[in-house]
Design a protein around this ligand. Sequence first.
Ligand SMILES: [Zn+2]
Ligand SMILES: [Zn+2]
Length: 251
Amino acid sequence: MKLDSIMGKKALQCVRALWRLTKDFFYPPRCPVCDELTDAEGVLCEACAGRVQTMKEPVCKRCGKPLVDECMEYCTDCRKREHTYRQGKAVFVYQGGIRSSMYRFKYAGRREYAVYYAKEAARLYGGWVRRNQIDVIVPIPMYSWKRRQRGYNQAEVFARALGRELELPVDTRVVRRVRNTVPQKELNDRERARNLKNAFQLVSNIVEYKCILLVDDIYTTGSTMDEVAETLLDGGAERIYYICISIGAGF
Ligand SMILES: [Zn+2]
Ligand SMILES: [Zn+2]
């Protein structure tokens, strides 16, 4: 019996190693920032390793945007308006190499970059996630037709990689996007709010989770995050946090 399970484990290890070799042959690991070939999945090449910076203080205590002034607690945007989520964190500022990395992750099928983003997110915010007693990770949903067209939802890919790093469950069936919305960056504030009105719906009337970590690729004004957070709170969730891969600079 014991021997059987040892043999089973060995066989599984062999299959995994073989799979990795095959995958590396057809899809060799690439640096998630410059896209050059690199040693292993989720690892930066030597040139990028010293250049890429993850988020550091001071950041807005609400949305996680970097601040120029250390004495400030909140960014201009968060001082002006209330958010429905409690607090959010970002791994990178949306600029330079990270900007092009995010583009390839979103539009050019480079899903494997999620491994690197998730490792950095877990290194920076693993403690914060545990302190806030998060029950589940929920990615910001994409409209079904759009998801079929692109082949994947980048927020979901990141959520799954993060779930593996933090050993937390990922639930993609809590909330869905019921309307195809115009990209928020193309609209002004008022249009943004209208654009997202009733765009999200709970899959079932009651949300079973108390504390949810929303996950998205880019945070700009937070309207999307607020709208999804509100939908979840209406369903009975108590606290909503988020981690996004990158965020615009604050003031
Ligand atoms: Zn590189
Ligand atoms: Zn803020």
